[in-house]
Design a protein around this ligand. Structure first.
Ligand code: AMP
Ligand code: MG
Length: 522
């Protein structure tokens, strides 16, 4: 792996924490601290993503080498790697939480690949940093599997996301209380290497504003724009207008990310401002989940059980709230904040427009019909329909089908089939009649093909992730590898995998820990 070309633009251009030993502390007027990964007992590569490796110019021979396992488990560094942890703050569950930072993540290098692209490599779970607060800087196998599988699945679903290069078991044990209920136990430790152009978050900017440190705030923002948003710079100068255009772009990419989440039924679970990427990438896979029966109020995160702040149906609104916090964070760089306010005001109408376009695509229509969509959302919710299966099967409906034929085509999507028999006629008949009229009138060309490109057949169902974890905990990685492959082609039929991977949640999984209930403990 000696051919990898590293770049130190982040540490060369931004102020460093002068303290270089790892002791937990408040770090001021600095964007990062130098750190070292923790050595591990018996590191073992469990899985890697050949697609991400290729992006980094790593061959399969590189990936199967011992040095790969050593480096990506945190046991060794390649010449030229200079690991650092970023300083950031954040609003957690609506409240300012002060300094957070990379408490168990560290960037080990930025790679410039042969195409000239910049990729940051970050180890998650490689030990303590000054930002670890009261925790250990480690990650357990279950949550590392969830991050590895889901971030790659999201990429293949066309959802903007950080990627994952590798998942290594460390051979060390990690003490965890999975539900914060006094039942702690040892779990297997693991390290994921995740990859993105940048891991900067809203919280990286908020921390400086919270401390009244406009100087470092401006240094970071100018650096961010020059490095990742250079298309916004005119005549090589950055001024307030550039900041406004930058904020508008963050609003836009964030909006697009949320639209994709709504399209595929993804619930992030912890949309704190420290978990919001300035590149509009899905980041920090924790207690996320996938909608099974369509329920906008659903969140998998037990830490959010009281308020459902981060439920599926609230994600667009929360993203807007988070963007408001980002606007407030950079406001000291403006004499007049009207342009920031105007940009923020534009988010809701822009979101609505994109959401309508997305729903139109999911339905295979050339126009958006409010009544049709609202009635559908109501029906799905009332009848507990599996979102993924319903939309996938909807593409099978043809213009000559009557309501009864339509219903039988989507029948597999419903959880309580008895409820369906009673209510089906009244709830669905008029909707399907209406829908068939619409597709006759303004259905898109090649409707089934088009719908199947936006309505996936395979998503990382909550219970499937848990089955993979249960097996991996016993040393059986076959399902991890198999599901990883299936999720690379989520829009393909893959009939050979249907019975195992494209089914409704089984009854046993409804209330099982890890399947429908997760906490931030990871
Ligand atoms: P999260 O809820 O995962 O976004 O984490 C919130 C904050 O807690 C971030 O600053 C994390 O780096 C930190 N954190 C989470 N888990 C750990 C851990 N096991 N050790 C140290 N810091 C952690
Ligand atoms: Mg986080």
């Amino acid at each position: 792996m000696k051919h990898l070309k590293f770049d130190h633009h982040f540490i060369d251009n931004l102020p460093a924490d002068p303290v270089t030993h790892t002791v937990r502390r408040q770090v001021v007027e600095a964007c990062y601290s130098f750190v070292s990964p923790k050595s591990t007992a018996t590191p073992k590569l469990l899985i890697h993503s050949p697609e991400v490796a290729e992006m980094l110019d790593l061959s399969e021979t590189d990936c199967s080498s011992d040095v790969f396992t050593q480096v990506f488990s945190g046991n060794a560094l390649l010449d030229g790697m200079k690991p650092y942890a970023m300083c950031y703050g954040g609003h957690q569950f609506g409240n300012w939480a002060g300094q957070l930072g990379d408490g168990r993540a560290m960037t080990i290098a930025d790679v410039i690949n042969k195409k000239g692209e910049r990729w940051s490599l970050q180890l998650k779970g490689a030990g303590e940093t000054p930002y670890s607060r009261t925790a250990d800087g480690l990650a357990v196998l279950r949550s590392s599997i969830r991050e590895f599988l889901c971030s790659e699945a999201m990429f293949h679903l066309d959802v903007p996301t950080t990627r994952a290069l590798s998942l290594c078991a460390t051979g060390d044990e990690v003490w965890r209380d999975m539900f914060y209920d006094g039942n702690a136990e040892y779990e297997q430790g693991a390290v994921v290497c995740r990859v993105a152009p940048s891991f900067l978050r809203f919280g990286n900017f908020e921390i400086f504003n919270s401390r009244g440190d406009s100087k470092t705030l401006q240094t970071l923002l100018d650096f961010t724009i020059r490095t990742y948003f250079s298309h916004l710079i005119e005549n090589d100068t950055i001024h307030t207008d550039t900041y406004t255009r930058w904020f508008a772009e963050v609003c836009d990419t964030t909006k697009t990310m949320i639209i994709h989440w709504q399209r595929v039924g993804f619930v992030h679970g912890v949309m704190n401002t420290d978990n919001m990427s300035i590149l509009g990438l899905t980041i920090d896979y924790g207690p996320y989940g996938w909608l099974e029966d369509y329920n906008p109020d659903w969140t998998p995160n037990t830490t959010d059980a009281a308020n459902h702040r981060y439920a599926f149906g609230k994600q667009a609104h929360i993203a807007h709230w988070n963007l408001m916090k980002l606007a407030q964070a950079i406001a000291p760089l403006f004499e007049d904040t009207t342009p920031l306010q105007d940009t923020l005001n534009n988010y809701a109408p822009a979101y609505k427009k994109s959401w309508q376009a997305m729903m139109q695509q999911k339905l295979g229509l050339n126009t958006f019909d409010k009544a049709l969509v609202e009635q559908l959302m109501n029906n799905l919710e009332q009848m507990e329909a599996d979102m993924t299966i319903f939309f996938r099967k909807l593409a099978d409906i043809e213009i000559e089908d009557d309501a009864e034929q339509c219903l039988s085509k989507v029948h597999d999507a419903f959880y309580p089939t008895d409820k369906l028999e009673d209510k089906a006629a009244s709830v669905w008949t008029s909707w399907f009649e209406n829908y068939v009229q619409h597709i006759k009138k303004d259905g898109v060309d090649a409707r089934k093909t088009s719908m199947n490109q936006v309505n996936p057949k395979y998503v990382l169902r909550n219970y499937l992730a848990q089955l993979v974890i249960d097996k991996a905990n016993e040393g059986d990685l076959s399902m991890l590898h198999e599901l990883f492959e299936v999720l690379k082609k989520p829009y393909d039929e893959q009939p050979e995998h249907e019975t195992k991977y494209a089914q409704k949640r089984p009854d046993w999984a409804k209330e099982k820990a890890g399947c429908s209930m997760l906490s931030c403990s990871s």
